[in-house]
Design a protein. Structure first.
Length: 214
């Protein structure tokens, strides 16, 4: 039987707990019904030669399966989704749409959100950050409004839940220290709908477990 192993941090500070990007991979594996084990690492391991062979930048997550080593959470989720009807429909056009949403989550929505998170979590008191924040928040608001307009009355980005919704939800979660998502009720309801999935709940619990133990 194939053995899948996903790297994750043994411990991170509370502001990052529940946000670390192995969550995306754990969630995808749970949705796909694939069993995995963890490769828990500490900060000291990130720069080791052996870990850099798995992840050139020393980040989590990594994914190992039968000699295949992958890095980048989006690429890993795509790899898992391609073999799961839950995460990616079988119709070729619908698969292409699903991939478009995966890229949109990581390439259009995540960068402005990450900007705000980095200002708020890492340098809130810096003068440059105070100057930069209003425009950074405005950029996020515009994207969130556009995303909400697309959703309209629908439950998911396309007809059914896909890996696009999975990635989008993990991206929206990065704003949890703000009320930017909650200010848009349809978007907040979408996030909560996706997070209510049992697979998400299992993935989150699995990420949190080592933190409690450390
Ligand atoms: N684009 C990468 C980003 C991975 C990433 O930023 N991982 C963070 C944890 S969420 C990390 O390992 N940070 C430590 C570092 O960059 O040194 C992915 O999606 O896998």
């Amino acid at each position: 039987m194939t053995k899948i192993r996903v790297s994750a941090f043994r411990w991170v500070p509370p502001f990052a707990q529940g946000l670390v990007r192995d969550l995306r991979v754990r969630w995808a594996l749970e949705e796909a019904g694939l069993v995995y084990e963890e490769r828990l690492i500490g900060q000291g391991d990130q720069a080791s030669e052996s870990y850099r062979r798995l992840q050139p930048f020393g980040q989590v997550p990594t994914y190992e399966e039968d000699g295949l080593v992958l890095f980048e959470s989006g690429a890993i989720v795509l790899h898992i989704a391609e073999r799961s009807d839950v995460l990616m429909p079988s119709d070729p056009a619908a698969r292409a749409r699903c991939k478009a949403w995966m890229f949109a989550a990581l390439n259009t929505i995540e960068p402005p959100i990450q900007n705000v998170a980095e200002i708020d979590l890492f340098c809130p008191e810096e003068a440059w950050a105070k100057q930069r924040r209003p425009a950074a928040v405005q950029a996020v608001k515009e994207r969130l409004e556009q995303l909400s307009a697309w959703l309209g009355g629908r439950e998911y980005l396309e007809d059914h839940f896909t890996a696009g919704d999975l990635l989008m939800t993990t991206v929206l979660r990065i704003l949890r220290h703000t009320d930017l998502v909650a200010q848009i009720p349809a978007l907040e309801a979408y996030r909560l709908r996706c997070e209510a999935r049992p697979a998400f709940q299992r993935a989150l619990a699995a990420q949190m477990a080592p933190f409690a133990a450390s």
